[in-house]
Design a protein around this ligand. Structure first.
Ligand SMILES: [Zn+2]
Ligand SMILES: [Zn+2]
Length: 379
């Protein structure tokens, strides 16, 4: 079935041009000198230490303790302690999909009748676009609420804090200071290692956020097909669909990797996560099948990049790249770029690919309800 998708392939011209360009050019590694940003950050630090203990919640101007109002904005002042640093904001973002059915356990979802509905796949690109719109709207609303309730002044945030704030509008974020991984996404939480430099934290956040968004897209597809609301059971089935087998895992990992690439610097990317999946497969898929799987990943990545670009615009992207070059002095390695696949599927092919992923995963989930229940109960 997978190889049949090849007739729907087309070249992702934008990506192809970018990769060709990188592979053919001599690149100049920028010399690092203290940047204005860093100097400003230093100045800001000093500024913070001045004896201002209040601020205006509207214009964010700082005031000494003796003042009580901002006469320009006509509001009373707030104590500076009420500003929570982005890192400490305890957010609980919620993404919902609504439908008339509300399933109460795995057994009532994973039925033969529902498999027929999934397999029939009454799903169009219009439905897909609605899912994406829903995800965008929810995250913007979450971000707006976080900014308002924590009196955040965007101008005061570092690049890492901006990305962190954006990521927190999607998903809960925790920190770790153990183990080898830079970060991972599990049970609707991103865990990132606190010991890395800012630029690696940014890359890791974007990568893990891409995993979260792909899972939300699958949630949206399932809820549409089963005419149901999203709940924890549906959410776990979506997670399962993306992780029970090497095929969806490769799509998921490749897509996260492409998103990371879009917002960071080519030539410094770590391809290890999807290379290890390919190695583990040990010939289970042919070369062509692997390439088509990557193309499916490209389609998902294009959607996720579009979602990320709501906030990470060209300016912020440039800032992320300079931050990266500031922290990384190794020479870029463009050799690995040859692993990039520059094809994507047409809309028709993409819908077929989503059908394949969801139907196969749903079928396998039906045979593994015990495993899902254990996961649900925290095992
Ligand atoms: Zn004011
Ligand atoms: Zn990953």
């Amino acid at each position: 079935m997978l190889s049949e998708l090849s007739e729907f392939l087309e070249v992702d011209i934008e990506k192809q041009l970018l990769i060709d360009n990188l592979l053919s050019q001599e690149h100049i590694v920028r010399l690092c000198s203290p940047r204005l940003d860093d100097l400003c950050a230093d100045l800001k630090m000093e500024y913070r230490e001045l004896p201002f203990s209040k601020f205006c919640p509207k214009c964010h101007r700082k005031y000494p303790d003796s003042e009580n109002a901002c006469y320009e904005c006509l509001v009373t002042l707030k104590d500076i302690k009420e500003k929570t640093p982005v890192k400490d904001i305890d957010n609980r973002p919620k993404f919902t999909f609504k439908g008339k059915n509300d399933f109460k356990d795995f057994k009532s979802i994973l039925t033969e009748d529902n498999l027929v509905k999934v397999n029939e796949f009454r799903f169009t690109m219009k439905n897909y676009e609605n899912i994406i719109k829903n995800i965008k709207k929810t995250s913007l609303k979450n971000m707006d609420e976080m900014i308002k309730s924590n009196y955040i002044d965007m101008r005061e945030l570092s690049i890492l804090e901006k990305i962190l704030l954006f990521a927190k509008s999607f998903v809960k974020i925790d920190y770790k200071s153990y183990g080898q991984e830079l970060g991972f996404f599990e049970k609707d939480k991103i865990i990132i290692d606190d010991r890395q430099n800012d630029s690696l934290k940014i890359t890791t956040l974007i990568h893990e956020l891409a995993h979260f968004i792909l899972k939300e897209i699958i949630n949206g597809v399932l809820c549409k097909l089963l005419k149901c609301s999203k709940n924890n059971y549906i959410n776990i089935i979506s997670e399962y669909i993306l992780s029970y087998d090497n095929f969806p895992m490769l799509i998921d990992e490749y897509s996260a990797h492409c998103c990371e690439g879009r917002f960071t610097v080519y030539g410094y990317q770590d391809y290890s996560s999807f290379l290890s999946i390919i190695e583990r497969m040990n010939g289970e898929m042919s070369r062509d099948e692997i390439e088509i799987t990557k193309s499916i990943g490209n389609n998902f990545a294009n959607t996720i990049k579009d979602i990320l670009e709501m906030f990470i615009d060209d300016d912020l992207r440039d800032e992320i790249k300079s931050e990266f070059e500031w922290h990384n002095h190794d020479k870029p390695n463009y050799e690995m770029l040859k692993l990039e696949n520059c094809n994507k599927l047409t809309d028709e092919g993409y819908l077929k690919a989503i059908w394949l992923v969801v139907t196969d995963g749903f079928k396998t989930a039906m045979d593994n309800i015990d495993e899902l229940e254990k996961y649900y109960n925290g095992a």
